[in-house]
Ligand binder design. Structure first.
Ligand code: GZL
Length: 336
């Protein structure tokens, strides 16, 4: 989708190059004009005219090891030498902060907006404002559920439902009679909704004693697990929507005098280093990866969208799975 704004930029750039060319041709050796031309060409490989692509990125928070790794990947890719002028805003897991950041990006006249929505709904108004401002959106990680038609150019993230299914299939195969408690991620987030759907459909809702949200954080996962251990004393398997909540749950399980990985089998999602270390330590039993390192794919999508090139509606980030056969060397070699 080449917006009017980008078309106008293209015309302005063409005029500028033509003017520089004419100035160079008309004078025998106008170094200023040549320097200007070189300066333009050397100022990064952003848009057609060589200027940087102004990107507004609204990150939902810093709630987990996964988010930290994702932010590091985004910032490592969206750099000036890669042609990007990045404005990065952390919303501390508050939707109102994200909506404010998105509106600020509109006011700043950014070229492209990228964001990872903390929850699926509540974006209709601001997505319509962005569309009216003809600013293309690259949706990152989490998904949206909106009435706005064609609200984003492309989405890059993981297949959350498949992650839930993979976790459920391992439980069905290894612990078919488990009495399960489920630690949910941020309620209403695409990751929570779809991991829960995939897992519950696979193991059977009748196997699940209860659920509670730990909001994808270690502290809230620990608190939710403390309550669950009281409420469901015969629980023998925990499915947690991310490693951080599972690591908090380990603290609660041990404080209750039980052995994580044995008295209570733990199945998790993410595969951050602390989660895989828990596998080596035999406190986690199975982990489905959700790879956060896709900054380069976001960069590629932003450049294509800025240039008005076709992009796929969605790009699924490939995930693996891990069990207790993982070695300490493998964990130490992990990039995040
Ligand atoms: C998944 C991502 C989730 C992670 C959590 O792509 O949105 O959010 O699984 C993080 O660790 O908080």
């Amino acid at each position: 989708m080449v917006s009017k704004k980008m078309r106008m930029r293209g015309v302005a750039a063409a005029v500028a190059v033509l003017a520089l060319g004419l100035a160079a041709c008309s004078s025998d050796s106008d170094d200023t004009a040549n320097d200007d031309t070189n300066a333009t060409q050397d100022s990064g490989d952003g848009g057609d005219s060589g200027e940087l692509i102004k990107v507004g990125f609204s990150q939902l928070g810093a709630e987990s090891g996964w988010r930290t790794a994702n932010t590091e990947s985004v910032k490592a890719s969206l750099t000036e030498e890669n042609g990007i002028d990045l404005t990065f805003v952390d919303a501390q897991q508050k939707q109102e902060n994200q909506i404010k950041a998105l509106r600020d990006f509109i006011d700043q006249g950014v070229d492209v907006i990228a964001f990872s929505p903390v929850v699926q709904t509540g974006w209709d108004e601001v997505l319509q404002e962005i569309q009216d401002a003809e600013i293309p959106v690259v949706l990152v990680d989490r998904t949206v559920d909106t009435t706005v038609t064609d609200p984003y150019a492309t989405w890059i993230g993981a297949d959350f439902k498949s992650e839930g299914v993979k976790a459920g299939e391992w439980v069905k195969e290894n612990y078919p009679d488990a009495k399960i408690f489920e630690l949910q991620g941020t309620l209403g987030s695409g990751a929570q909704v779809d991991r829960e759907a995939g897992f519950d459909e696979t193991v059977g809702a009748d196997k699940i004693l209860g659920k509670a949200s730990g909001n994808f954080t270690r502290a809230e996962g620990k608190a939710a697990m403390e309550a669950a251990l009281q409420a469901y004393p015969d629980m023998n398997l925990l499915f947690t929507h991310n490693d951080d909540m599972g690591l908090g749950a380990i603290e609660a399980i041990e404080a209750a005098g039980k052995v994580p990985g044995k008295d209570i089998v733990i199945v998790s999602v993410d595969g951050v280093r602390d989660g895989l270390q828990a596998l080596v330590d035999k406190k986690f039993n199975f982990v489905v990866e959700c790879n956060p390192v896709f900054g380069d794919q976001i960069l590629d999508a932003i450049k294509k969208v800025y240039a008005g090139e076709d992009v796929p509606k969605e790009t699924i980030v490939v995930d693996a799975t891990f069990d207790q056969t993982i070695t300490q060397e493998e964990v130490d070699a992990r990039p995040y």
